[in-house]
Design a protein around this ligand. Structure first.
Ligand code: FBP
Length: 711
């Protein structure tokens, strides 16, 4: 190899190593796009047919009957291979079609494989069939912005993350104008079918589009997408139809890898608490999976916090014969105390570090925040109704707004809102950092729609945690435990007798491996006076160096690092599980289209089992819809699925909480799921929540005991 100084620039650029480095594709990428996921048994036949599966029943909403009459009677359909279709069936299956596909909402790893699956199945059935991608999400349908999906285009994105092929957008087709523009686009393009790849709202949209275009003969099929994992479908009897939306596994694995690395770092330099907010707009599914994947020291689960009951308050209320609604659900302040307890418990055994996982949507489950939103909207609404000036003009600064709220507590009876805001509200509200108070006080609609995702949740919590830790430190409760052997060594090295000093300094001398400096010793001054009182020192003497050293080691400095895991994991290349899942979802979509279905959502049964047992199905969307309040109106929507606190996955996490907190002298229990590897066998793994929840039912008390003992 020539000396670096002798390489001419043109030669340097020709060098294979340089060419590799500057190429946009690397080996892993090449392997990805060359990979062809296996297909479910049904797709090995040249054509498929649909078989209605009557074992699945739904409790149908009257309004869904009224608004979605064309598709409400749809049933669950199994996609099966068809060997002996007559000519007519084959002709219908293989007819030339135009199919449009749209991505809707946030990107979710595997979306490109949905397209690839539809594309391969459609082209295999009939090479003349044309597929179109709507650009930039539903706006592409409304505006008629499309790109034809060619072999060349599809092949560039196989098994690759993101939605870069056709992009995505969050527009909802939620009014008559947008609906009729969309219908016009589909008609003008002579589409046979429209495929909506999206979350709960997008699949709701898919149902309405299916209804709208039923008489035009345009079929609409939905695909369950979202990293949040909150599309999980069961029938009325609880039988699972869709266990997990696609992309969840990849995002959870990406977050988990990064968080597991932080666990290693935290346990190495032992000085930071890492606070990791993980995406999931509302539901805490991703945080739960991260807990299972990483065994981080503490993971908050919003749904669990909402379930909290303050027994002391309930008891008091019962004695007084009143109902205390504030006893249900956890307050922010209480939550910060729970976090502080964990920090204190670890500090007591010398671990002034750790990893805390916070779900993005946690505030959604804090009762008092919901109550604030409603109360403040009412107060602002009342003010605006009664005065010439609007609330925000009358009180332009946060201080003025807060002062107005305080006046309400003092009871300005002429203001109709005086009974809405009480002293407890004021007290809790004053606990909240000012930027969050400001956020809560900004104008919103009468039902208080609030953008939780825009709030720095971790900052809100950390602010409260730090304040309380300071208080605990002042009171002498927050200290770092000192290992007994270390104390003995330090004192002996400095020529002092540990047996003499131990009982003076520590509250638990000889009782534990980690010694806690007495609560009354909170400063060098109090340390000196303790030693003076014990007769070990006179007022003028300096504190002996070894004692001072031990004291300093016992003084906690809470240092934290905040992280947000969201967009990065959402943009990750899919795990092998998501590659295979999404490709087969795409094949399922085409089978549903080719067999004339509409208003169905593609899904795969038995995702938790071996691939050989995966079964493609169509789930009717309309029977799943129910009425929910949205922007002040009752609307038919597909229900979001939040974490079930009785599910095996949550129960396991709950049982292992203490073990993973590791507030004892032993090791931490961090788990390293490793990177998302495309090759090898580890990527055959499925989401752990999926595996656990497939066990169904509840764990027996015996199981819980076994788990708690960690054996
Ligand atoms: P979808 O429900 O559309 O899949 O999006 C989910 C999500 O990734 C949430 O986890 C997150 O809160 C939100 O999108 C972020 O939205 P945006 O991309 O608009 O910032």
């Amino acid at each position: 190899m020539p000396e670096p100084s002798n390489i001419r620039l043109d030669k340097l650029l020709d060098h294979p190593a340089v060419a590799d480095a500057v190429a946009d594709v690397n080996l892993e990428f090449k392997e990805r796009i060359a990979y062809r996921p296996p297909v479910c048994e049904a797709f090995k036949n040249p054509i498929t047919h649909l078989v209605t599966d009557a074992q699945y029943q739904f409790k149908i909403d009257k309004e869904a009957h009224r608004q979605l009459s064309h598709i409400i009677d749809n049933a669950v359909q199994r996609v099966e291979g068809n060997d002996d279709g007559d000519d007519d069936v084959v002709r219908r299956y293989k007819k030339t079609r135009n199919i449009g596909i749209v991505f809707s909402g946030g990107p979710s790893p595997g979306g490109h494989n949905v397209i690839a699956g539809i594309f391969d199945a459609a082209k295999a059935a009939n090479p003349q069939t044309r597929l179109f991608g709507f650009l930039m999400g539903p706006d592409g349908i409304i505006d008629g912005d499309t790109v034809e999906l060619t072999h060349e285009l599809v092949d560039r994105f196989r098994n690759v993350g993101g939605f870069t092929m056709i992009k995505t957008g969050r527009t909802k087709i939620d009014d008559e104008n947008k609906m009729s523009l969309s219908r016009e686009t589909c008609k003008n393009m002579e589409l046979d079918a429209l495929v909506v790849v999206g979350g709960d709202d997008s699949n709701t949209n898919a149902a309405f589009l299916a209804q709208e275009m039923f008489e035009d003969g345009i079929q609409v099929i939905g695909v369950p997408k979202t990293i949040d994992g909150d599309i999980q479908v069961r029938d009325a009897g609880g039988k699972v139809l869709c266990a997990m939306s696609f992309g969840f596994h990849t995002a959870a694995r990406a977050f988990s890898q990064a968080i597991a690395n932080l666990c290693t770092d935290a346990g190495s330099d032992v000085k930071y608490w890492h606070v990791c907010k993980v995406m999931g707009r509302v539901a805490s599914h991703l945080a739960l999976e991260v807990a299972l994947q990483t065994h981080a020291n503490m993971t908050l689960i919003g749904e669990d916090l909402a379930d909290y009951m303050d027994d002391a308050r309930l008891e008091k209320a019962e004695k007084e014969g009143v109902v205390d609604y504030t006893a249900y659900g956890m307050t922010l302040r209480h939550l910060s105390r729970v976090i502080c307890d964990a920090i204190l418990d670890r500090a007591a055994v010398g671990k002034n570090y750790g990893v805390l996982v916070v779900p993005e949507g946690v505030l959604e489950f804090i009762n008092e925040i919901q109550v604030f939103i409603i109360k403040l909207s009412t107060i602002i609404g009342n003010f605006n109704k009664l005065h010439d000036q609007d609330f925000h003009t009358a009180f332009p600064t946060l201080n003025l707004k807060l002062e107005y709220l305080r006046r309400l507590v003092r009871g300005i009876r002429k203001d109709v809102s005086y009974h809405v805001w009480n002293a407890r509200d004021d007290e809790l509200f004053n606990d909240i950092p000012s930027f969050f108070q400001e956020g809560l006080l900004t104008e919103r609609d009468s039902h208080g729609n609030f953008q939780f995702s825009q709030v720095e949740t971790e900052a809100v919590l950390l602010g409260l945690v730090k304040d309380y830790l300071d208080l605990l430190k002042e009171k002498g409760h927050y200290k770092i435990g000192i290992q007994d052997v270390q104390f003995v060594k330090t004192l002996q090295k400095g020529g002092l007798d540990p047996e003499l000093y131990g009982p003076i300094l520590f509250g638990n001398w000889k009782q534990a491996r980690f010694l806690m400096i007495k609560k009354t010793i909170i400063s060098k001054k109090t340390l000196t006076s303790t030693l003076v009182k014990a007769g070990f020192l006179s007022d003028e003497d300096p504190i002996p160096a070894p004692i001072e050293k031990i004291f300093e080691q016992s003084v906690p400095k809470f240092k934290n690092q905040a992280h947000f895991y969201g967009y990065d994991g959402r943009g990750s290349n899919p795990t092998r599980f998501d590659c295979i899942y999404t490709y087969n979802l795409g094949r399922t979509v085409f089978s549903l289209i080719a067999n004339g279905a509409t208003g169905q959502m593609a899904a795969i049964l038995n995702l938790e089992q071996d691939f050989a047992n995966w079964r493609p199905i169509g789930i009717p969307i309309a029977p799943l819809m129910h009425l929910e309040e949205r922007k002040g109106k009752l609307e038919l929507v597909l229900e979001k699925s939040i974490v079930d606190i009785h599910s095996p996955a949550f129960r396991v996490v709950k049982m292992f909480r203490d073990k993973w907190l590791a507030a004892n002298p032993g090791e931490d229990h961090y788990r390293h799921p490793g990177p998302i590897r495309f090759a090898g066998t580890s990527e055959e793994n499925r989401p752990i929540t999926l595996l656990l929840n497939a066990m169904g039912g509840h764990l027996s008390t015996q199981d819980e005991k076994v788990a708690e003992s960690g054996t």
